[in-house]
Design a protein around this ligand. Sequence first.
Ligand SMILES: Cc1cc2nc3c(=O)[nH]c(=O)nc-3n(C[C@H](O)[C@H](O)[C@H](O)COP(=O)(O)OP(=O)(O)OC[C@H]3O[C@@H](n4cnc5c(N)ncnc54)[C@H](O)[C@@H]3O)c2cc1C
Length: 380
Amino acid sequence: MREESPQESRLRLVLIGGGLPWPVTQYEVYDGKRFVARLDLAYPERRVGIEYDGDHHRSAGVILGCPNSTRGEVRVTTTQVVAPWRQFTVDVAGVTILSPSFIRITFTGPELHRFADNGYDQRFKLIFPVPEHGYAYLKDGPDWYEQWRALPTEQRNPFRTYTARAVRPHLGEVDVDLVLHGDAGPASRWAVGATKGDRIVLLGPDAGFDGDHGGIEFRPPASGVSRSVLLAGDETAVPAICSILERLPAHTRGEAILEVPHAGDRLAVTAPPGVVVTWGARDGDGHGSRLIPAVVEAAGRLLPTRHRQMRDDAELSDIDIDDSILWEVPEAAPADSLYAWLAGEAGVIKTLRRHLVAERGMDRTAVAFMGYWRLGRAEG
Ligand SMILES: Cc1cc2nc3c(=O)[nH]c(=O)nc-3n(C[C@H](O)[C@H](O)[C@H](O)COP(=O)(O)OP(=O)(O)OC[C@H]3O[C@@H](n4cnc5c(N)ncnc54)[C@H](O)[C@@H]3O)c2cc1C
């Protein structure tokens, strides 16, 4: 966790509940009338641990004067702690129609130079305005979600998950490729009407934070190992797969299979020469109608023979995809095997999980399965 430059300030100390017997171990600090900190004293060192207002700040300080007095002064060194994720208030800079089903929205904003450019399948949230109220009820800061949950439903800003298709911190821009699927949900509804200048809030990774932001599920074996990958998904996973393909090392081999609604939804993509990219258009057929057979065939080509029969130990717990999220992502994939990443409609991904793990005997620690959305159910 990165900390920004320390700042020193003096705060007036007022002991709440004066007259308590010594040792007093807890003080509350007010800056004027506002509560700003709670001090836990570790007498006799006269050091204080300070819990600041909210947890934006980490602080350390020393008590000046007598710690058991009810009034005094505290010298406090405050360093702002950078959280992994933050809200970005942005404007729509442009809307580009990519194909019958995809539009690309480019966001711009003065803070976007801090949006971390992590690549691969980095996800983030789009937080949509509430009709008539906009963002009047949305709180910023690390406890925004708790505050959001405490609101009545009609005041909660809906949010949905998307992939950062491109990040240009030097220009203060982020692109997202959205699938248009009518006005059934807040994301698609907003996207259909999005125009230049529209204001929206993103919740994304903060480049000022120097740890792992989270939100990247493409975790192949460590570099240096000869890589073989299988990437597969429907239109909601197209942005992630395209973004992963662009960042793969040039020596990577394997296949990428993408199912889209229409033939015209095949997008331009840059991939290593050893990765075969195949698009399948449903053209009115059901979800998975192109993806499932194509992945079954690819698995036959990519998996070594020893994997091609059902393994006795390939026990697979059933997942109720109408009640829970299908999200199985291994932390560390084995170095010597095919690494697979599959995302899309949960029912389709569940079918592919059963095929790869139970029928083909593929090692579960070598496959990331993600139900990005569920037919007939809203996210959240
Ligand atoms: C990690 C992650 C990354 C994602 N990245 C992207 C991305 O880059 N681009 C993208 O377009 N989507 C992406 N998605 C999928 C997106 O979050 C969902 O499609 C989301 O449900 C859309 O929200 P909504 O408000 O439009 O619909 P919701 O309110 O969630 O759902 C309303 C109805 O629409 C249906 N529905 C939802 N999505 C679709 C769809 N794509 N096609 C047809 N019906 C649908 C639901 O089944 C439901 O019946 C991603 C999801 C995850 C988890």
